[in-house]
Ligand binder design. Sequence first.
Ligand code: AHR
Length: 498
Amino acid sequence: HAQTIALKVESDKPGAKIDRQLFGQFAEHLGRGVYEGVWVGPDSSIPNTRGIRNDVVAALKELRVPNVRWPGGCFADEYHWRNGIGPLQDRPATLNPNWGGVIEPNSFGTHEFMDFVQQIGAEAYISVNVGSGTPQEAADWFEYMTTDQPTTLAKQRAANGHPEPYGISFIGLGNESWGCGGSMTPEEYAAQLRIYARYTRNYNARHPALKIAVGPDSAETGYTEAVMKAWKERNWSWDFNGLSLHYYTVGAGFPPKFAATGFGTSEYATLIKYTLRMNELLRTHEAIMDKYDPEKKIALVVDEWGAWLAPTPGSKEGFLEQQNSVRDAIIAALNINIFARHADRVRMANIAQMVNVLQAMILTDQDKLVLTPTYHVFHMYVPFQDATFVPVAFDAGTYVNGAIKLPKVDAIAAKGKDGKTWLSVTNIDPSAPAQLEIPTRAKRAAGRILSAPKIDSVNTFASPTTVAPKPYEAKASSGKITLKLPPHSIAVIALEEQ
Ligand code: AHR
């Protein structure tokens, strides 16, 4: 007999805006993420618009992707933008030493990326090369992209097909400078940051850009302290707007050992436990940021997150390909719920990565495409984009697996831009259903539920809809709505007055 959990939706205590930028994506030149996943080239038999896959664009448009981070990741700190402009046949072949040591054809460059984000209706988040580039190279890139004055670089942009300046919304000043981005100490990075924040100029006054500094690796606080201290001491000549945090659900550390499929409840519980650590990490870094920036001017930007699992057997080394199961869907929902609860400081995030890499939205094989369970979570959460956080009071109950104790359920609510009160409820328990009761004036709750037979159920090219949302409805009776959730499921519903 399942115990009933009461959910109190506190609509009278609205919180911060759940910024739509929290639903950002990340597309690195890594494995089949960009090449094959997005770019097939104009001559491909796969239907495309100027080389960009139509099926992938159509699927991503449905997610209302707010921004895409590009070209990396570690790749960004070895990327030289001039290799990626001009006629395709003239672009140099370079190497991608981080990811499989493969040839980088440079066919997907600045213009192709900007075409792609425009096709899906997203904003551009460009990561500049601080590790192996120069401030001048970064400055030239932004002059090339954003000035409307007839400079030599702007004329080159026009000759390459884009007379109008581009609008860039976010500029990443390096990536993981503590690791693949140059192994810099916090102080060394702070010194670079001052230079890059000054000279990476956005000349497009009609399209302001926010600058994001490299911040912490998981629980490490050295970068948070040094970068925030530098910000506090900044002067008129340089500034930035966001601090990046990277944290993956990987389990007991790198290299990732947790299998993407064929796992049991113990591996499931372990990875959920590591996912929930995100909450403590945000608290840790927020406390430091509050010290230097009590007005919360600087956003905490979780621009790499998601499950990083053992690679798909037989996939190429360094391509970071992994299947995506119901467990990934739950990991996505729990992370988004945590971001929403921290929405006053956490105002942007990017799941790693968009197509064919790590916790992807989409998997492709030649001309075939499959939407992952994680895709469906992002789709179900669209009403939370730019919604106002509404607290939900509940006693989550406990799901116990060996020595691991987890909350049995999780829930967030928000007042959507459509005026409706939206609720997302997750039954974390992999074996038992959950019953929840919401005291409410609403007449019914309606939306969609994502559930599947097993915790490791996946979508494959042969069976693409094993994990797919289904309509969900519950009617009120005696002033309350009772939700019944099967094990390992996520429901996103609106409370409707009629
Ligand atoms: O997302 C894969 C890699 O993980 C990124 O390139 C890097 O920034 C991080 O270590």
